[in-house]
Design a protein around this ligand. Structure first.
Ligand code: PNW
Length: 476
């Protein structure tokens, strides 16, 4: 097994999870600032007010990347640092732009290739307040297009742009379960606002149109001179049938991936939603206008893949409730024979199963015609890590094994199955604000001591990736 000569590898983070300094240099509030202030939303009652203090420690973070041998770094820009209120007619904050321009200059000077995510969930709160944020197609897509243009112009040195991180999470967790900002859900025990049967599908559609608009701007106004590439990052788990003998479970496995990934990828590669979704959701799934199809179809230069885990899938009988978003099925960690998919971690939704990574890489490649894939996130938390001593934490053999298994599964997909995977970013460079789970769940290859000045301690896993990739990437 091996990986191509020009394979990019490194680590990933996101603005709200690491930056802190939420009032520094004129930053405006994002929906995550507002969400964190609502009691009960974040497990440990925390927020990104300080996080890893990365806004002020760019040099330290770049030194860390260098010390672990990274060739690439994926990070996101906080839109509300660039345009504090967020809209296309609102003031631009030059200090915010300068910060990221310098950061990219410093990364490149250190020999590290930047991959920039334009929006990793932290949309300016001003836009949510003004017109309902993601729910308002006309306003949101025009404002995102404007913000994207500002960034393409400001950072010509960046050659890899990602429009959105995981639109599934923004749509479903933000507008169905209410587990993420802005926390809208029909479940009245959690929130009194929202329509979980319709809003997630509207938000998903609007994110796709906004992606299409930003890609058009990049291709027409910047790509000819800058020569970079642009795509979207989608998340999705691997699936195995609960009962391999039951054709309905086998079918439900594909349906699960369609509801998670093809919801976005089918419009991008084929120009329409998956049949399985149209069948279940009917007219609650928005229709595509010809103008929108023209924008969205063919809008990926690469496929950004976030991948963490796998599930056994059991079909459900009967008509699904209106707020069902999985495709009328159950996701399980045990199959019919009682086999377990993988060991527990600190994240309720994550159990390692590396074979699933190879399988899903193949599934995507077959369905979408072997596109260039960048794995933009992959990693794991560790059961009980937050309660261990520092001596134990830095010996994170569980995470070392996770990366070893997953990267080898990817290398097999590349050299044995013909999958066109060209990059891999481990999640994450350091422990950080893990959204609704606060700081209790750690995904970093670097330990961050939140009690003592956010001091960083590289774990064993931080140093394990360079020798692994050195052994797999072909010299010619
Ligand atoms: C990704 N789920 O999100 C995000 O892109 C990261 O910001 C995040 O820190 C990382 O995974 C680890 O969680 C997900 O509940 C968060 O299924 C939650 C889920 C999936 C993805």
């Amino acid at each position: 097994m091996s990986l191509p000569k020009d394979f990019q590898w490194g680590f990933a983070t996101a603005s709200y999870q690491i930056e802190g300094s939420i009032h520094e240099d004129g930053r405006g509030p994002s929906i995550w600032d507002t969400f964190c202030a609502i009691p009960g939303k974040i497990a440990d009652g925390s927020s990104g007010v300080v996080a890893c203090d990365s806004y002020k420690r760019t040099k330290e973070d770049i030194d860390l990347l260098k010390s672990v041998g990274a060739r690439a770094y994926r990070f996101s820009i906080a839109w509300s640092r660039i345009i504090p209120i967020g809209g296309r007619n609102d003031p631009i904050n030059q200090k915010g732009i300068d910060h990221y321009v310098k950061f990219v200059d410093d990364l490149i000077a250190a020999g590290i290739e930047p991959f920039i995510t334009l929006l990793h969930w932290d949309i300016p709160d001003g836009l949510d307040k003004r017109y309902g944020g993601f729910l308002n197609k006309e306003e949101f897509t025009a404002d995102f297009e404007h913000y994207a243009r500002v960034m393409f112009k400001a950072i010509p040195k960046c050659k890899h742009w990602i429009t959105f991180n995981e639109p599934w999470c923004s749509s479903i967790l933000g507008y169905n379960s209410g587990y993420f900002a802005p926390g809208r859900t029909s479940n009245r025990a959690k929130s009194a606002v929202g329509d979980s049967s319709r809003e997630p599908w509207i938000v998903g559609h609007n994110l796709l149109v906004a992606h299409g608009k930003a890609v058009k701007v990049y291709r027409e106004e910047f790509k000819p001179t800058q020569g970079g590439e642009i795509g979207i990052t989608l998340n999705g788990d691997a699936t195995l049938p609960w009962d391999p003998e039951d054709p309905l479970d086998v079918e439900a496995c594909d349906r699960k991936i369609e509801f998670a990934i093809s919801w976005f990828a089918d419009p991008i590669y084929f120009g329409h939603y998956p049949e399985s979704m149209r069948k279940q959701l009917g007219d609650r799934l928005p229709e595509w206008t010809p103008e929108e199809v023209a924008l969205v179809k063919g809008s990926n230069d690469f496929y950004g893949m976030n991948h963490y885990t796998a599930n056994y899938i059991k079909h459900k009988k009967g008509v699904p409730p209106e707020d069902d978003f999985l495709g009328n099925l159950e996701t399980l960690f045990y199959n019919k024979n009682g086999d377990c998919i993988g060991p527990e971690t600190q994240s309720f939704w994550l159990r390692p199963h590396a074979q699933g990574f190879r399988d899903l890489l193949n599934w995507l490649s077959k369905r979408y015609g072997y596109p260039k894939i960048y794995v933009t996130e992959n990693g794991t938390s560790l059961k009980g890590e937050n309660d261990m001593s520092l001596e134990q934490i830095v010996e994170d053999d569980f995470r070392v094994k996770y990366f070893d298994d997953y990267v080898r599964a990817m290398a097999l997909a590349s050299s044995e199955d013909g999958v066109n995977v060209m990059g891999y970013m481990a999640w994450s460079l350091m422990d950080n604000f893990e959204w609704a789970e606060g700081y209790e769940t750690r995904f970093g290859v670097t330990y961050v001591d939140y009690e003592n000045d956010q001091k960083r301690y590289p774990k064993k896993s931080a140093k394990s990736l360079k020798p692994l990739f050195d052994s797999l990437i072909r010299k010619e």
